[in-house]
Design a protein around this ligand. Sequence first.
Ligand code: SAH
Length: 509
Amino acid sequence: MTKEEPHCVYLVGAGPGDPGLMTLRGRELLERADCVVYDALVPRVMLGWCRADCELIDVGKRGERHILPQEKINSLLVECAQRYVCTVRLKGGDPYVFGRGGEEAAALQAAGVNFEVVPGISSAIAGPAYAGIPVTHRDCCSQLTIFTGHTAPEKGDSLPEVAAIAATPGTRVMLMGVSRLADSMRALQNAGLPGDTPAAAVQWATTARQLCVRATVATLAEDVRKVHLSSPAIVIIGDVVRLADTLDWRRRLPLSGRRIIVTRTREQAGTLSHSLRELGAEVVEMPTLRIVPPPDKQAFAKAVVNSPHHDWLVFSSPNGVERFFEAFFAVYEDLRELGGSRIAALGSGTAKQLRKRGLMVDVMPQEAVAEELIAEFDRKADDFGGLANSTVLWVHARQARDVIRRELDKRKAIVDECIAYDVAPGDARYASLLLEEGADLITFTSSSSATNFVRMGLSLPEHCSVASMGPVTTATLKKLGMPPTLEADLHTIPSLVEAICRWAGTTSK
Ligand code: SAH
């Protein structure tokens, strides 16, 4: 008899909002979870790390408006543990810092369910850090107090906690306290805390929406009201708040405060996401398309088998290169089997994939547009004696426009086609979850990512600008009723990133 896998519930801290602040252990558990029970403050992008068949249960609660009462969450976790081997209870920040994780653990323990805890980075620590405030500093304090503003008194200052917090030295960080900020600041002053003590409030800390107000205990509530800063926010009280004058590292990044959705396939999003993230943006990858095998697998296999000894190989996309060589090496062991074909690539990304395989490109247009590739062929025709009677293998996606085929035919080339992959819409459930959180900009790097966005039943979040990779994508976006705010000058990722930085420089957050 094989031993059954023990069922377990993992209480995992999701960190304060920036998905990069999740622990490695937490991510690993999300990737293998059968079920995830999550709160309102959990970044939706993390749900994309789960398996496609993972059950996602939203028990979101924000501030005092509990969508599901705590007892119900406790019993839900026990039920999940009966059904699933791996249940992740995903909670904002750290599960044991004002997260009621202790109650959930106790309920699991009482029901005889195995549980483990994966701590997370609490907003109480990360929030100040992202606002340029170190919670401790040798020159300012030797003590850190974290308390909840939830139980702060409506009136009066007689509660022991208020007196204790007012009297305690060092940095004090209050969670869940902005809705009653004026009352608690008054109570603390009445209990003896000097009104000129530095204080700050940080909303949506570590995300693109982060908003920070710096003042004093006497003036904070009024300043917070003026900018409509509300929950979720932390309040920091103490001399360390002054250090933000010099330590506010996040402001200097050009895309800081911008939430940008990148709609590419998961495989392709890497370079664009990385560049935007390095410039300070909060990047959300939302795959609107998936690369799947071509509809006619046999025809693809046949085209690959017959690929050697063409005069030309023309690759339309990086994915085409990858899929082609995957299949090629399933049949042939040696790259030299390919023969001495000349190679054309539509765009630098495609050329890069070829270079990775030790193949240099003979023809590549400046812009990754089919018409430009043909123009480049014409410009270079004298170098290789034109295309007439040359055999060409054109490797492309099922959806490729037929410009290349048509134009090569016109130039009397003998064209074989190799349809290497198909493009299917992405996961609509996940995409809708991401859109719930809104965005400042959404990038479309191809017509198909735009078409699939609409096909998935999605629509643009409010006040969201649109970025296009080039004229063809722009035309599609206009047709779909999503005219772009900005377009890359050249059909390349660096050029798109440049255009996004220009846009960020001229629009306010
Ligand atoms: N376990 C969480 C706290 C849960 S209580 C943690 O360790 O961070 C919820 C409170 O956390 C909110 O009312 C707010 O005070 C604070 N909070 C959580 N995420 C926050 C964020 N990104 N920015 C500011 N405050 C946040």
